[in-house]
Design a protein around this ligand. Structure first.
Ligand code: MIC
Ligand code: SF4
Length: 755
């Protein structure tokens, strides 16, 4: 079945005319990213060119996707918008709340027992408002979207940073906070600053042990975790065409780790093959009619330097396998150098666990390539030294892999565990035995993120990101520094053998198959569906609107925490066990900033309460200020809020009385989330002023009453000894966003306009 074919055809019907208008407006050949952006303008055909990195633009995305951990807050907000139905095709996917422990069946049952309240809530809200619902076990949102909904040249947003995965099918797919999704579902424009464009030219062809994952591991090494901020990365060249659509998805997926707004590839045969194999020949037929518009212009790819803001070239024939980590996804080490680098850094080299899965690498092709390694090793008499956990990306992939004997191949290893088609260990939903001992250890996985504590909650677990085939090889050898290209493995009988190079199948030769893919269509007429939230629930809480701004300068605000170094959304609002409270703002606020390192004392979750002079936990201290009617301020370093789209990282401080977050720089989604929730997200005009902030500072905003676009704000910082510093702050608020601040949140404004 093809979902929303009419909508897709309508999008393509507009393409020729809108591309022509865009060409006129921009006045030069167009990149693919520009084509998709300009065909999706809220106001219709383009009349003017927008300045990249500067102009705010209103877009009309074609669809919205949400996963359970963020959908709760997104839909609690949508329920307040006063609309009977979602305005564009939207889906909700249950994938984040299933813990990996014993194996798929039992783990799924446990999740159903534990989280039925949340699943039922999401199911009934979906049913009521016309949202497609994917049951627990149906698969990981981004794999399910790629298999069912993504289409070349389309634009979508999703409440998850890895929504960008759909770039593998030539979309512009962007991760956002729930409040942004509410705009689109409520039929309003969605605003984004016109992205800059980074072109990545891929020459040559992948071979041997090198996989699509290595392309993005390499790019991450070059651009670092903030190098893609505010930019769309467009891949092109012969090398791009030679990769499968799911391989392209892997590359786009992990573009979130360099802060990119999204990544994409031009429409090609790999996409045709994938669409056809996933039952969407009709989408191919429709796309083929506008195929010339679904990729960048030839002039652009011939002279990329003239059209992109930055160009990177990678020769796939020369690329080698990489391992990125620990603790950050941009620390790239070629596998061949790991022996040395691990020794130099004292990284543990024994591997107890190796994990394949996540939205990044859980396709049929990924499983076949990893299985080929296991098959070869088993036939040579090698036993795995480490445990191997596998989360298939979707029920369709799992069912097909089972039918084709791939799961049997993995199960020839005694130590393998097939987990649910869900995020599992990737988001800390992993009951890893012994993790509570907090021993120093290393794991390898095919996921995308490896921030401290992310997979198993142990701060001393060094997690390394690599391709599924490398994960399999490392699982067999039990060593982080194993290089399958040069190193041998020892068989049961003591013989030394080399592993064969991986080989895989892009698509299942017998086609995909599935019995129950997990999809549930919403009611035709949802007006009678009742959504129930128990008032005493500890997991769900209806939202109380945030207070509007009183129009006066904020004064007397206290420093809550000055965060030191990396402060990702995992540090601000940890996942893992806390996913439990994603639908309950007050309860989840108890994890607010508990992972952030305090610049004073370098400890986590320990800050000075200026009212008592005593040290306390961050959430409790914030609550104390709030109870005393005193606003508070958070200060941070570069790329603050890197990582997830979770708007809890903005709503929690807001709920606890924080009025401003002042940092050296922000990650895109988090900055928008702060704005949407009526907070002040500001940056130091002079970065060095970060150093002026002391532990017991009080802040006075001098000219907030004149808050206006492109005008700096002045902050008076009063130190405990009475001395003062004046600090200038930059911001990126436009008129409309200033209104969100004034109203207390963007949602308050929507409600007011709909009243
Ligand atoms: C993640 O990978 O961190 C998540 C969990 O998928 C998040 C969303 C969330 O926090 O729920 C993301 O990437 O946006
Ligand atoms: Fe799920 Fe991990 Fe993908 Fe996030 S990155 S959607 S947690 S699999």
């Amino acid at each position: 079945m093809v979902f929303d074919l009419d909508m897709i055809k309508e999008v393509y019907a507009k393409y020729p005319e809108r591309i022509e208008a865009a060409r006129k407006a921009v006045g030069k050949p167009l990149t693919l990213a520009e084509k998709i952006l300009y065909t999706h303008l809220w106001d219709g055909a383009a009349t003017t060119a927008y300045e990249r990195g500067n102009s705010y633009v209103d877009f009309a995305p074609d669809r919205v996707a949400m996963q359970d951990a963020t959908a709760q807050m997104a839909l609690l907000q949508f329920m307040q918008a006063g609309k009977p139905n979602v305005a564009v095709p939207s889906t909700a996917h249950c994938d984040h709340l299933i813990q990996a422990k014993v194996g798929a069946d039992q783990d799924l049952q446990n999740a159903l027992n534990k989280s039925s309240e949340v699943f039922n809530f999401l199911e009934s809200v979906s049913n009521k408002y016309g949202i497609g619902f994917w049951k627990p076990g149906g698969g990981i949102i981004h794999q399910v979207v790629l298999e069912n909904y993504a289409f070349p040249g389309g634009m979508m947003i999703g409440t998850d940073s890895h929504t960008v995965n759909a770039g593998g099918l030539g979309m512009v797919a962007i991760g956002v906070g729930g409040a942004d999704a509410v705009d689109v579902m409520a039929g309003m424009p969605w605003e984004l600053k016109m992205p800059k464009l980074i072109g990545v030219k891929l020459t040559g062809k992948l071979n041997g042990w090198t996989a699509p994952k290595d392309v993005i591991l390499k790019v991450a090494g070059i651009l670092t975790v903030k190098g893609g901020t505010g930019a769309i990365v467009e891949y092109f060249g012969e090398g791009a065409k030679s990769m499968s659509a799911t391989g392209k998805g892997t590359i786009c997926n992990m573009g979130a780790e360099i802060g990119a707004t999204t990544s994409t590839f031009g429409y090609d045969d790999s996409m045709r093959r994938y669409l056809a194999a996933t039952g969407r020949q009709e989408v191919v037929d429709a796309a083929d009619q506008v195929a010339e518009h679904l990729t960048g212009d030839a002039e652009v790819y011939a002279n990329p330097e003239q059209y992109f803001d930055q160009v990177i070239e990678i020769n796939l024939s020369e690329l080698t396998p990489h391992l990125n980590g620990p603790f950050t996804p941009d620390l790239a080490t070629p596998v061949a150098e790991m022996k040395e680098v691990a020794k130099e850094n004292d990284w543990p080299t024994d591997i107890e666990w190796a994990l394949i899965g996540s939205c990044t690498n859980s396709s049929y092709e990924d499983l076949t390539r990893a299985a080929s390694i296991v098959d070869d090793a088993v036939s040579k008499g090698v036993k795995a030294k480490s445990k191997l956990g596998i989360n298939p990306g979707s029920e369709q992939v799992r069912y097909t892999a089972e039918r084709d004997g791939l799961l049997d191949t993995f199960e020839k290893l005694e130590s393998v565990r097939i987990f649910t088609n869900a995020c599992g260990p990737c988001i800390g939903q992993w009951d890893r035995e012994g993790a509570e001992k907090e021993e120093k250890n290393s794991i390898v996985h095919s996921f995308n993120r490896n921030f401290a504590k992310r997979a198993d909650g142990n701060p001393n677990t060094h997690a390394f990101v690599t391709s599924p085939e490398m994960v399999a090889a490392i699982a067999l050898s039990g060593r982080l520094d194993f290089n399958p290209i040069t190193d041998k493995l020892t068989t049961e009988s003591g013989e030394e053998v080399m592993l064969k190079e991986p080989s895989g199948l892009e698509l299942p030769p017998k086609g995909f198959a599935v019995e129950d893919n997990g999809y549930q269509a919403p009611a035709e007429d949802g007006s009678n569906v009742e959504v129930i939230v128990a008032p005493d629930s500890e997991r769900l809480q209806l939202l109380t609107p945030f207070e509007p701004w009183d129009g006066k300068n904020i004064t007397g605000a206290k420093l809550l925490i000055k965060a030191f170094g990396k402060c990702t959304t995992d540090h601000i609002s940890m996942a893992g066990p806390w996913l439990r409270y994603r639908g309950h703002l007050d309860n989840i606020s108890n994890n607010c900033l508990i992972g952030a390192v305090n610049a004073f004392g370098k400890e986590t979750n320990s800050v000075v309460n200026q009212l008592t002079g005593e040290r306390g936990e961050v959430p409790a201290t914030a609550r104390a200020y709030k109870a005393a009617g005193i606003p508070s301020v958070v200060v941070g370093d570069h790329n603050y809020g890197e990582g997830s789209s979770r708007e809890h990282a903005a709503m929690e401080p807001r709920h606890l009385g924080v009025v401003a977050v002042i940092v050296k720089s922000f990650a895109r989604i988090h900055e928008t989330n702060l704005k949407k929730q009526g907070m002040l997200g500001l940056t130091f005009a002079n970065e060095a002023d970060y150093d002026k902030i002391k532990e017991d500072d009080t802040f006075n905003f001098i000219d907030l009453e004149d808050f206006a676009p492109k005008k700096q704000l002045t902050l008076e910082v009063v130190h405990a000894d009475g001395s003062k510093d004046t600090v200038m702050l930059n911001h990126t608020y436009n008129e409309a966003q200033i209104e969100w601040f004034k109203e207390g949140s963007a949602l308050n404004l929507i409600k007011k306009e709909n009243a």
